[in-house]
Design a binder for this molecule. Sequence first.
Ligand code: ATP
Ligand code: MG
Length: 251
Amino acid sequence: MLELRGVSISFGGLKAVDGVDMDVAEGEIAGLIGPNGAGKTTVFNLITGLYAPNEGAITFRGRVIHGQPPHRITELGIARTFQNIRLFGTASALENVMMARHCRTRSGSLAAIFFTRAFRDEEAQTRARALELLDFVGLADVQGVRAADLPYGLQRRLEIARALATEPQLLLLDEPAAGMNETESEGLMQLIRRIRDELGKTVLLIDHDMRVVMGLCDRITVLNFGRRLAHGRPEEVRSNPDVIEAYLGRE
Ligand SMILES: Nc1ncnc2c1ncn2[C@@H]1O[C@H](COP(=O)(O)OP(=O)(O)OP(=O)(O)O)[C@@H](O)[C@H]1O
Ligand SMILES: [Mg+2]
């Protein structure tokens, strides 16, 4: 579904991502791990069009996507959450999800100003779908609560609902379990499994919580200093001496 081939990007003198190959197959939960500063978030920024690679190619369902602007990549079916939560703090949970649906709606601002029939119908559909998604992530009860007033773990779920609202086929999650206690991350793992099993999404996930990564992922890619250090099934990666050294060497 997603292929990276020899992808590199430099910032100043630093090769943040250096010749990385990665594959994500349709229907899997894939993992991307590595020590701090290894280049994981930068890979997400490259996939989602925030950065264009200096070298290499990124294809999604056989189509070259590198160099495309972020909104186009969203339209093609890739959505993400951010390592640092990005929500409209003063808007309600429901409004946050409705706004995220913008890329899948057709009415323009003129239709909104004149409050046309088409606009009202679309608005009603947007609301209904947003409510469905809030329900799916377990936030139906707090739909009217301002995002900033939600506890941290629920803000992370709201971010996932916002990403799902763009109706992606591939969902990228950047440290969804960060800052969660064990019960919360357990619940999050269940949610991610349901996103794959019930919604049929493919998931690529970055996390430092090894219980989450090893427990969820079908395959894992390990980055270190911008390079791919290892890839394979969780048990292969976990017992790989290079991986063990990369993690121990930094702690
Ligand atoms: N826009 C940028 N400008 C300059 N340097 C950058 C930029 N984005 C990332 N970097 C650098 O690239 C390297 C990789 O950063 P990245 O955020 O991808 O790491 P990461 O693996 O996500 O780390 P963490 O686990 O801490 O989130 C770091 O050295 C970072 O400082
Ligand atoms: Mg990161």
